[in-house]
Design a protein around this ligand. Structure first.
Ligand SMILES: *Cc1c(COP(=O)(O)O)cnc(C)c1O
Length: 369
């Protein structure tokens, strides 16, 4: 079979999504499944919807278009602030977008007016992680202006934490979000339908809190796909952590010393790091590199250790077992390795259900003309 290939177990993704939807549903929290790491692959999107998520969310309008062009019908949320130049595309393809700039909302309004549609806006609030967000002190003003734009419907507020600076969701910042929702209700005279507490890093707080206030929505990608809590990388109880496997092939296998020789300068990717001396080793080179994935985010099978990588090569110590040329090696991936493997045109994507069906090759997606 072709390598490198990403094997995707649809049953495990379905199981993970369904378990989280049920756990959160009992707390009055709905889930938009975030498809950005999957490039909007329609097969995966279909599983997420079958598992009961309330809608799909993506940071790229191109991925949303991929899903729509597969005739999948679901509420679509664009979770990165739209680029001005894409306003019309966003209104056409997404029901709701996350916004922080009045200039953008103004363009969305003009596009919606022209198309005779309405577009939902969810205002993102800065609560300390210093990525996107309106400063809380400016929120009232932005709400009033947003309510004034024709064909724009204020759907709610939200926040995003633990992405840039690692600020964890906690009682204080989540209470602030709830309080802001209460204030907006007073300003607008309506009850904000959506208060979106955040991403997968919110699970710990939401599932561990007796009172989640106004929070009634989460946007979950990582936790559904990889089954881990991104705050500490621990597996989430009951979830599969191996829905994705990256398979690569050995292209060289030799006994080599572990110490380089010659004058050492920089490598193509930065300062050279001297390998530890472990004498002669069974070194194998795999046809997998930074053009395919993030090698630092791979977990090899036991007995195999990753020693280094370059654009196209992964160098491993195969321990006590010699791996002949052509041997396939299966790696587990972290989020960084997953998004890069999904986005790489060199990695074939294969989907199957763990009931034993053979892996089916997916058409390349995410590259709509
Ligand atoms: C990526 C992203 C998410 C999903 O984050 P996960 O950690 O994958 O759950 C949610 N919201 C926004 C704004 C995002 O950019």
């Amino acid at each position: 079979m072709t390598t490198p290939r990403l094997e995707i177990d649809l049953s495990k993704i379905h199981h993970n999504a369904s378990l989280l939807v049920n756990l959160l549903g009992r707390r009055g929290i709905s889930v938009s499944a975030v498809t950005k790491a999957t490039m909007g692959q329609p097969e995966i999107a279909g599983q997420l919807l079958a598992a009961g998520v309330s809608g799909l969310a993506d940071s790229r309008i191109e991925n949303i278009q991929t899903i729509l062009s597969a005739a999948i019908k679901a509420p679509m949320m664009l979770i990165r602030s739209p680029m001005i130049g894409q306003a019309a595309l966003v209104v056409r393809s997404a029901d709701i977008s996350l916004n922080t700039e009045l200039d953008v909302i103004s363009e969305l309004s003009k596009a919606a007016l022209k198309m005779g549609r309405t577009h939902g806006v969810l205002l993102m609030i800065e609560l300390g992680d210093l990525r996107e967000g309106i400063m809380p002190s400016d929120l009232n003003k932005v709400v009033r202006r947003t309510l004034g734009f024709p064909n724009i419907v204020l759907k709610g507020i939200g926040t995003n934490l633990a992405c840039r600076c690692g600020v964890a969701p906690d009682a204080a910042n989540m209470r602030e979000l709830s309080n802001l929702a209460d204030e907006i209700d007073v300003v607008s005279g309506l009850v904000l339908p959506i208060v979106s507490g955040g991403n997968s890093s919110n699970l710990q707080w939401v599932l561990g809190s007796a009172d989640t206030g106004r929070i009634n929505h989460l946007r979950l990608g990582d936790s559904i796909l990889l089954g881990r809590d991104p705050l500490n990388l621990k597996p989430i109880e009951g979830l599969h952590t191996d829905a994705f496997t990256l398979v690569a092939e050995v292209i060289e296998s030799k006994i080599k010393g572990s110490q380089p020789w010659g004058k050492i300068a920089r490598t193509a990717f930065g300062p050279a790091i001297a390998p530890t001396d472990r004498g002669d080793i069974l070194q194998a080179v795999l046809a997998l590199g930074r053009m395919d994935t993030d090698p630092d985010g791979l977990t090899p099978p036991s007995g195999i250790e990753i020693l280094g990588s370059s654009s196209d090569h992964l160098i491993v110590d195969s321990g006590t077992k010699r791996m002949s040329v052509g041997t396939e090696v299966a790696f587990q991936l972290n989020y960084s390795a997953l998004i890069q493997a999904m986005a790489s045109p060199f990695v074939t994507k294969k989907c199957a259900h763990s009931t034993g069906e053979r892996y089916q090759t997916l058409e390349p997606a995410g590259c709509v003309a």
